[in-house]
Design a protein. Structure first.
Length: 483
């Protein structure tokens, strides 16, 4: 069997088969192929199917397995997928993943990932330059925005909370706290809890009607926290928020942070890529003033999961966040251990994350990001304008990014029922399979939510979506109590 598992000719055959199938799939999806955007089978049925398949002692054919996975997956390359913030990967980036997976260079130290390490540093340097950061900036790639936020906040604690927490535990010294937009991604609150700051360690900053942090709330929030005995170490700003795509006022927040000796961490996991668009770059003005920031390549930069850049304005902090002894991997005494990346990351082994970005940049070109972001952000504004003209639709908030939140409000229905009605019509719509959209809560109210991630989604698709929403709404009203 080992011989079979490593047979080069089998690999060649299966590889060609897979790439051919995926190329067909891509073309079909982009043509809005006649298959559901979202598979119909629910979790129980799918679990049962795969359990049974595994329990069956016989082998299965490679082609059949590929087909099954394709059928049961959500199709991100289909322009009518407008659900969560996951990129439809540019095909070259998937090939990079294959190369990375095959070589499996584990990246912890230079010796077990020479090319991957150098590529990672090159990609980070390029991104820092594009952000307008100076040469002191440096960073790491990590497995997702959640770990990226944790890494940035660990740096904040190390730099503003005193070095003792790392050695002596979270309970040494006064309680630490971080000021966070109430619209922040949950991973920020989770990171603070992982760090031992607890619920008290998270000070929520109020937002305005565009769901951006109110700069005038910063000073009173800081005063109140200090009066309660907390040592505030940092502010987390969104660029942009997950739920509605709101960009916080970074220049004002950066100024406040500087004046008060606070660390500024910017969560630009989704919206940082706006920096590539000449038209929308203004949205991230001030991002280069953050002490730490995260940008996900697997959101608005056309890469598959996972790859997150964590950049530090002063890269020297990297040497201080994690200090760990591991004689078998990280020997003492190196003067400049930048090349042994595990010193500075939560992960030990990790994928060659920079490779997909490098291949995209060098085979397609950087301009792809400008075109992508501009198109997606333009479409959200065009769609918002369409919604504004429809009397039975209500836009929750003017979109700043490529996230649009709205709901259907048929006139005959009491306002108190709109949320539940939209949640039900969304279930129906997703079940029909022609579109995939999600929902969110804004000030406790349920809204439909679109993230326009697919560069080939058109305004015609979205007009068709509105017609489908109306059809599903009628169905919901006709089947009250029968779902
Ligand atoms: C603003 C923001 N930050 C962080 C995250 C978490 O990123 P990941 O899913 O890569 O862990 C998300 C995910 O949607 C996000 O939108």
């Amino acid at each position: 069997m080992l011989q079979q598992a490593f047979d080069g000719e089998v690999f060649r055959r299966q590889g060609h088969q897979l790439v051919d199938r995926l190329a067909d799939y891509l073309q079909q999806a982009l043509r809005r192929g006649d298959f559901p955007v979202m598979p119909g089978a629910g979790p129980k049925a799918l679990r049962q199917e795969w359990r049974q398949l595994l329990a069956d002692p016989g082998p299965a054919s490679f082609a059949d397995l590929v087909e099954k996975v394709l059928q049961q997956s959500i199709h991100l390359h289909h322009p009518r997928n407008c659900g969560h913030q996951v990129a439809p990967p540019a095909p070259i980036t998937a090939l990079a993943e294959l190369l990375s997976a095959f070589l499996n260079n584990s990246m912890a130290v230079f010796e077990v990932g020479p090319a991957g390490t150098a590529i990672e540093k090159a990609v980070l340097g390029w991104l820092a330059l594009r952000l307008g950061m100076d040469l002191d900036a440096d960073g790491i790639l990590t497995s997702g925005g959640s770990l990226g936020n944790l890494t940035g906040l660990l740096a904040a604690r190390r730099e503003r909370g005193g070095s003792s927490s790392w050695e002596e535990g979270a309970r040494s010294g006064p309680p630490l706290a971080v000021m966070v937009s109430e619209e922040s991604h949950y991973s920020v609150a989770r990171a603070l809890k992982i760090m031992g700051l607890g619920s008290r360690g998270l000070i929520k900053l109020p937002v305005n009607d565009r769901l951006q942090v109110r700069p005038e709330s910063l000073a009173p929030s800081l005063r109140a926290a200090r009066a309660e005995g907390s040592q505030v170490i940092a502010i987390v700003a969104n660029a942009c928020s997950t739920s509605t795509g709101a960009y916080d006022p970074l220049p004002e927040i950066a100024e406040f942070a500087k004046k008060n000796g606070l660390w500024l961490h910017a969560d630009a996991a989704h919206g940082g890529a706006a920096l590539f668009s000449p038209k929308y770059r203004h949205l991230v003005q001030g991002l280069d003033r953050a002490d730490s920031l995260v940008i996900d390549f697997h959101k608005m930069m056309l890469c598959p999961a996972l790859a997150t850049a964590v950049l530090f304005r002063d890269g020297r902090v990297l040497d201080r966040i994690f200090s760990q002894k591991a004689g078998y991997l990280l020997p003492d005494g190196l003067q400049s251990p930048w090349q042994d990346i595990a010193r500075n990351t939560i992960e030990c082994t990790k994928k060659m994350m920079g490779l997909k970005v490098m291949l995209l940049l060098k085979t397609v070109g950087e301009g792809v990001f400008a075109e992508y972001v501009t198109r997606a952000y333009d479409l959200s504004r065009d769609f918002a304008a369409v919604l504004g003209e429809e009397v039975d639709f209500h836009l929750a908030v003017e979109p700043q990014a490529n996230i649009v939140c709205f709901r259907h409000q048929p006139g005959a229905m009491p306002a108190g029922q709109w949320g539940e009605y939209n949640a039900r019509l969304r279930r129906r719509l997703v079940g029909q399979g022609r579109f995939y959209i999600v929902q969110t809560a804004i000030a406790g109210e349920t809204y439909l939510r679109l993230t326009l991630m697919n560069p080939f989604t058109s305004l015609d698709d979205l007009q068709e979506l509105l017609a489908e929403i109306r059809r599903c709404g009628r169905w919901v009203l006709d089947h009250q109590g029968q779902e």
